[in-house]
Design a protein around this ligand. Structure first.
Ligand code: PLP
Length: 411
């Protein structure tokens, strides 16, 4: 007998990160912090091993009046000034000649879930990258969607052929496509598409959309840690070329941008050629919000607007320090990996580097063997994720060499 609904996957949630991270912490407590590398954590940590909570963000938050913290949001789709500022923030200097709307969501997760649930009907197929943030698949299965994967890479580049082939297949099958692309700063590989790749992608979307609606969900959770920040939105200019049957939904998250993971604030930026298309989706997103979380917490929205307008200069300076730090850590790790021949997926920028291990058995063995050497990482499809966001420069030093040694010892 079942109390819960029938047509759903009933297996318990598997949280690969939590278990490994708990073991890393237990070992650090007995062996000493310096004996353990805990590269499982996906949040930004300082050089002294503490979670970064940007002062410009939290000093501003703490100064928000209690009544602002207490009250409901100004609307189900979010506060008007928040919605306007999210749009400004997401597109920055890019002039978009498209209809648009912004709907506030609890984090990027809320935006992705809302898109999956409202763009596709249960039983349809969403297209995901084969190497991806695990929650996409979970959200898809909870929405009773099927999943098809495109392969992320062809050598050192985005696998455009696979993207095209799988989305074409799905278009033939169901007359509609929803596909997720997490870039720039892809989790878990740190890949960002080149300008040419974006251009080709948009041309392809236009072509295939002659057969039916094509929705690209562009997850930009880590964009504000791009190494060339002023150019990080340049690719969005290609969205100006989309035709009537193409929609782009940008999933924005304050979690990483403001180091405010727990404040649960984000947004969907809906872009299309025609106002009616944007409105059609906005209506469903608004009703979905009302039905699921009602409204996004008010204070985090107020905070985002304050930080990114009145405190912008200080905020950018404070965050830039950590972008530089991420670069220092990832440069060091990559340099040593190159020296010793440890192969990793094409990393450009972002929180994670992923070691390439395509064989499933070897991957399982490697992940365990690393733990035996007190190196804790996250096993992802076809690789081992190393969170350079959370390990100090000192711990990055020599890490690639150690990881290569462990790999050689089991092969
Ligand atoms: N997208 C990716 C790729 C992520 O890694 C995350 C968080 O880890 C998110 C979106 C959304 O995070 P949040 O719901 O905290 O905004």
């Amino acid at each position: 007998m079942k109390f819960s609904k029938e047509h759903i996957d009933h297996s318990p949630l598997v949280d690969g990160v939590f278990k490994v991270s708990a073991r890393a912490k237990a070992e650090a407590a007995t062996l000493g912090e310096d004996q353990v590398v805990n590269a499982t954590i996906g949040s930004l940590y300082s050089e002294d091993g503490k979670l970064v909570a940007l002062n410009t963000v939290f000093d501003t938050f703490n100064a928000i009046e209690n009544t602002q913290k207490a009250k409901y949001a100004g609307g189900i789709t979010g506060n008007a000034d928040y919605r306007a500022q999210v749009y400004n923030w997401v597109v920055q200097d890019v002039k978009l000649d498209l209809a648009h709307s912004v709907v506030a969501t609890p984090g990027g997760t809320g935006s992705i879930d809302s898109t999956l649930v409202n763009i596709l009907d249960a039983g349809q197929t969403v297209v995901l990258p084969d190497i991806a943030w695990g929650s996409y698949k979970l959200m898809a299965t909870m929405a009773n969607l099927k999943v098809k994967n495109y392969s992320m890479f062809d050598g050192d580049h985005f696998n455009m052929d696979s993207f095209k082939q799988v989305t074409t297949e799905v278009m033939e099958e169901q007359g509609k496509v929803l596909v997720i692309l997490n870039a720039p700063c892809h989790n878990p590989t740190g890949y960002s598409l080149s300008d040419e790749e974006w251009n080709e992608l948009v041309l392809y979307m236009n072509e295939i959309s002659k057969k039916g609606p094509f929705v690209l969900l562009n997850d930009i959770a880590y964009i504000d840690y791009s190494y060339n920040l002023p150019a990080s939105r340049d690719y969005m200019k290609h969205f100006n070329d989309i035709e009537e049957n193409v929609m782009v939904i940008i999933a924005f998250s304050c979690s990483k941008t403001l180091t405010s993971y727990g404040l649960r604030c984000g947004a969907s930026v809906i872009l299309a050629k025609q106002e009616e298309s944007v409105k059609e989706v906005e209506i469903l997103f608004e009703k979905h919000a009302r039905a699921c979380w009602s409204n996004v917490p008010n204070a985090p929205m107020v905070n985002f607007v304050e930080v990114t307008t009145k405190k912008l200069k200080e905020f950018n300076e404070e965050k830039q320090y950590y972008i530089d730090l991420l670069k220092e850590r990832s440069d060091l790790f990559k340099k040593e990996a190159d020296e010793c021949g440890l192969s990793y997926y094409p990393y450009k920028e972002g929180f994670f580097v992923t070691i390439k291990v395509e064989d499933k058995d070897l991957l399982d063995k490697y992940h365990e063997a690393l733990m035996d050497q007190h190196i804790f990482t996250v096993k992802v499809n076809k690789g081992i994720r190393v969170g350079v966001c959370s390990i100090s420069v000192a711990k990055c030093k020599g890490l690639a060499y150690k990881m290569k040694e462990v790999l050689d010892s089991i092969q």
